[in-house]
Design a protein around this ligand. Structure first.
Ligand SMILES: [Zn+2]
Length: 495
């Protein structure tokens, strides 16, 4: 234990009535110092004070606290001591986050003297609040002061002030006013893109896959970037889903009304018992404030997308299986001639059935260099014609090849027969040895050349096929890549 931070705070109210409160900065300091000097280990450490005068415990931005937390992040603090938890933070959910996640992760010991709380004496699993702390929370909530705090929090929320811990992906806390949400321009486009993909007919799963394949930044990655550290790193339920996009993450975004500028609260409460178990309220009990902050997604688009999700669910339930639209057999083979990126075959639907497929290059679209690409039906027709010309062998042609092959086999049989006869002629002295060797070599040479032609025909027959339509199998058999532009097919690489 090397560096101890003492945190001292009094609110405006307390400051204005100094004579009436016993909890002055001085008295807090005395209680903490007394505690330190009675501890063999702590009294050896160096002490630094962080003071906030005239700030409430629910204010999220306090110069003293900010300075202290900065030093924590810089790993210059080993231990934080406060007189009681409410001095440090009034919002117990946030307090819980610090005690459960942030401080253990940063290796910081936390002591609240009058609450009898010392993190080094807690069960070291860093995930569960221990009984002592639960009791403490209950205690807070049974007190009048906590009732007032809850009311104040609710009033703030009713006025549209964002008081929850971390804003959703796509928003930031306004540095000018921590209760306000502002658009996070860096990732707001990703939110709109997710809504767009659903409108274009992609499923939640397909959408997540597209986001991953394009390396779209996840909420967790963005939070880490903003905070400067990964607050999930030591969470026991940290899963791979937090580093890549999943269908449920996509759904959570699509269903979050915050993106329409509406502030929704009272969706859940954290149980005052049970270490803060989340209780979900029915939708009728939700409270909404419209036009609370800048919208990222139009209300119309939000409603349309949620309608699509609802109808898909209904369809799935009716059919008892996931609806699977059939895409073009060319869908995975087409590239943009300009940039080389894979061309998107967007299945557009009216929410019930496939109504068409749109081709575009996402890469060029993002660079605002998009070209109008051929209609997928035209492209399919052209590719079909090309493949047919190049590879289709009709029945008579195929029969001709097979007949030729059969004839070559027969000829070789006859040549072998002739070789046997000539050998007997030589054996019975009808021809000389030299003559026999010459005839034998000629025969073997002929057989060899016939065999070569047989193999050639085999190859031809393998590639030749009857191409009656553009099926998945046909495309896979002959095509490696097709490059297209606004002019149509530019180049084909064959398999
Ligand atoms: Zn392109």
């Amino acid at each position: 234990m090397n560096n101890i931070a003492i945190y001292l705070r009094i609110s405006v109210l307390e400051k204005g009535n100094l004579g009436h409160t016993e909890d002055t900065i001085n008295s807090q300091r005395n209680i903490i110092k007394n505690f330190i000097f009675n501890d063999q280990e702590l009294k050896k450490a160096s002490i630094e004070e962080f003071i906030d005068e005239g700030y409430s415990g629910s204010s999220t931005s306090r110069p003293g606290l900010d300075k202290l937390l900065l030093k924590v992040r810089q790993q210059k603090i080993d231990c934080i001591i406060v007189k009681d938890m409410s001095r440090f933070m009034r919002n117990y959910i946030e307090m819980g986050d610090y005690l459960e996640n942030i401080f253990p992760f940063m290796g910081v010991r936390f002591i609240a003297v009058n609450d009898g709380y010392d993190s080094s004496k807690e069960v070291q699993n860093g995930t569960e609040l221990d009984i002592q702390f639960k009791n403490l929370l209950n205690d807070y909530y049974s007190r009048d002061v906590s009732e007032k705090m809850t009311t104040a929090l609710l009033t703030a929320k009713k006025q549209g002030k964002y008081t929850s811990g971390t804003p959703p992906y796509g928003y930031l806390k306004d540095p000018e006013d921590n209760y306000k949400l502002i658009v996070d321009e860096k990732v707001a486009g990703n939110i709109r893109y997710i809504f767009q993909l659903i409108l274009e007919g992609y499923s939640l799963n397909e959408t997540a896959k597209i986001l991953n394949s394009e390396g779209v930044m996840t909420a967790r990655a963005r939070r880490q970037e903003i905070q400067g550290y990964d607050s999930y790193a030591n969470r026991w339920d940290s899963t791979v889903e937090q580093t890549i996009w999943s269908a449920s993450m996509v759904r959570r975004i699509l269903k979050n009304e915050t993106y329409t500028g509406t502030f929704v609260f009272n969706k859940t409460t954290k149980s005052k018992l049970d270490g803060g178990k989340v209780i979900y309220h029915p939708e009728e009990e939700w409270i909404k404030i419209y036009d609370n902050h800048e919208a990222i997604v139009d209300k119309e688009i939000f409603d349309e997308v949620n309608g699509i999700l609802k109808s898909r669910r209904k369809n799935d339930a009716l059919r008892g299986s996931k609806s699977k639209y059939k895409n073009s057999p060319l869908a995975t083979f087409v590239r943009c001639n300009k940039c080389g990126y894979k061309i998107r075959f967007n299945k557009s639907s009216n929410g019930k059935e496939l109504v068409g497929i749109n081709l575009y290059c996402y890469h060029c679209r993002m660079l605002e260099q998009e070209e109008k690409l051929p209609h997928y039906k035209e492209l399919e027709k052209d590719i079909f014609e090309i493949l047919k010309d190049k590879f289709h062998t009709d029945k008579t042609e195929k029969k001709k090849l097979l007949d030729e092959q059969k004839e070559l086999y027969d000829r070789n049989d006859q040549l072998l027969k002739k070789k046997r006869i000539e050998f007997e002629n030589y054996k019975f002295g009808k021809i000389s040895r030299e003559d026999f060797v010459e005839i034998k070599d000629q025969i073997l040479e002929l057989i060899e050349s016939n065999k070569e032609r047989i193999q050639e025909i085999d190859e031809e027959l393998k590639h030749a096929g009857s191409i009656e339509g553009l099926t998945d199998d046909v495309v896979k058999k002959y095509i490696k890549r097709i490059y297209i532009s606004s002019k149509g097919i530019e180049r084909i690489e064959y398999a």
